[in-house]
Design a protein around this ligand. Structure first.
Ligand SMILES: NC(=O)c1ccc[n+]([C@@H]2O[C@H](COP(=O)([O-])OP(=O)(O)OC[C@H]3O[C@@H](n4cnc5c(N)ncnc54)[C@H](O)[C@@H]3O)[C@@H](O)[C@H]2O)c1
Ligand SMILES: O=P(O)(O)OC[C@@H](O)[C@@H](O)[C@H](O)[C@H](O)CO
Length: 382
């Protein structure tokens, strides 16, 4: 079985590539990073080490790579022949890979009706659906009709903390032991071979919302509040008990929404929160605040980890003040090598913070959540 995976970065190598290879796939990574590509081509394997007491290392083999820049035709041919295409490039990068995916589909469906599943493994609601829209916009009508019958884009939720890597071996990845990959089976077409280690569910919404609004909401809250207190890593931030209490407060707010909306058991959800806070603290990992807080505009966008649960809490008459504190902290995330943080700071300077909040969150100035963000921003500025 052949898989093409876009993004040979941290989660690509440390999670998706690992699971696919262990499931018997020949994995072809596609990346813009020529160093990753040449090393993967040359070695055909790489090590993944678990950040746990035993520090166990497994070799991921049966892998190769192509450059999306210099091997464009080979990438298209690989997609045309693949059984599975996965991505872990960042949701804002999907638009740049859509052309290659569309060309691969066109080449494939012209000669074959064999099923192809395309799964975006990004931190976003409906990641594969977003990719589908971008890809379908590039297909002619006849190809789109054929693709509708044989090419599926099931949405997914992926969870494994993989920090930035700093090793002599550029392919080595250190990952937390925990992982969860949930895929929407209602979006699949006959002929799919299940991947060992993947959890298939008929309704993904509870899973993606629980993951994004707990792991990622908590994570970015720790990053933004930690940044304001001068911490460089999530582990340092989580050693600060008052800060951890603030993060827990945020997760209690999102938890109330999740329990009410999806019917999760309250006590079980509370254990889920505890486990996540423990994962953030993992002493065997060094996870930088700048990575976890990266791309604040994406994280402040209406459908993402802060604004969406706050809106849902508001609609249900539940508390959202801790969430707006995290949003306010995101507005103060002034990391100069993060292009979105730079854009946000420039917008605040140019438009004023009130208009910048509306521009990026979609919340009108008279919305009660917007007003709460402004109040929290005022407190944090002091
Ligand atoms: N790291 C984690 O803990 C984690 C966990 C779950 C989900 N995710 C999600 O996975 C995605 C990737 O995150 P990451 O941490 O692995 O980031 P990363 O930066 O380590 O990896 C992204 C990779 O994509 C490559 N890339 C960029 N543009 C490309 C293009 N046009 N074509 C092909 N490759 C391209 C980059 O060179 C890089 O190797 C994000 O959506 C993230 O939210 C990350
Ligand atoms: O990847 P982002 O920028 O959406 O979020 C940063 C981290 O919260 C994220 O990468 C987590 O480590 C991951 O989602 C854990 O499963």
């Amino acid at each position: 079985m052949k898989a093409v995976h876009f993004g040979a970065g941290n989660i690509g190598r440390g999670f998706i590539g690992l699971l696919l290879s262990q499931a018997g796939y020949e994995v072809c990574f596609v990346d813009v990073n020529e160093d990753f590509v040449s090393q993967l081509q040359k070695r055909g394997e790489y090590p993944v080490t678990l950040a746990s007491d035993g520090q166990e290392t497994v070799m991921v083999n049966n892998v190769t790579a192509l450059s999306s820049v210099t091997h464009a035709a080979e990438v298209v041919a690989a997609i045309a022949e693949a059984d599975l295409v996965t991505t872990a490039v960042g949701v804002s990068i999907l638009k740049f890979i859509a052309g290659a995916v569309a060309d691969g589909i066109s080449k494939r469906v012209a000669v074959s009706a064999a099923p192809l599943h395309i799964i975006a493994c990004e931190n976003a609601i409906g990641g594969s659906a977003q990719l589908k829209e971008l890809v379908h916009a590039k297909l002619d009508e006849d190809t789109r009709r054929k693709a509708d019958a044989s090419v599926a884009f099931p949405n997914a939720a992926v969870d494994r903390i993989v920090p930035l890597q700093k090793h002599d071996d550029i392919l080595k990845v250190v990952v937390e032991p925990f992982y969860e990959w949930v895929v929407d089976s209602s979006q699949m077409i006959p002929g799919y071979t299940p991947i060992e280690g993947v959890h298939y569910v008929e309704n993904l919404e509870p899973y993606i919302e629980r993951k994004l609004f707990t792991v990622n909401t908590g994570h970015c809250s720790a990053a933004y509040l930690g940044y304001l207190r001068g911490y460089e890593t999530i582990q340092q931030a989580m050693a600060d008990e008052p800060l951890t209490a603030l993060v827990r407060e945020v997760l209690e707010e999102t938890g109330a929404v999740l329990v009410q909306k999806h019917g999760f058991d309250k006590a079980e959800h509370s254990k889920y929160i505890d486990k996540i806070l423990e994962r953030f603290r993992n002493p065997a990992l060094t996870d930088e605040v700048s990575r976890v807080g990266r791309s604040p505009l994406r994280k402040l966008s209406p459908n993402d980890r802060l604004v969406s649960p706050a809106l849902q809490a508001c609609e249900r008459g539940l508390s959202y003040t801790a969430l707006t504190r995290s949003m306010a902290a995101a507005l103060l995330f002034d990391v100069t090598d993060d292009p979105e943080a730079v854009e946000l700071q420039a917008a605040i300077a140019e438009l004023g913070v009130e208009a910048a909040v509306t521009k990026y969150t979609g919340l009108a100035a008279d919305h009660e959540i917007h007003q709460s963000v402004m109040a929290e921003y005022g407190k944090l500025k002091k």
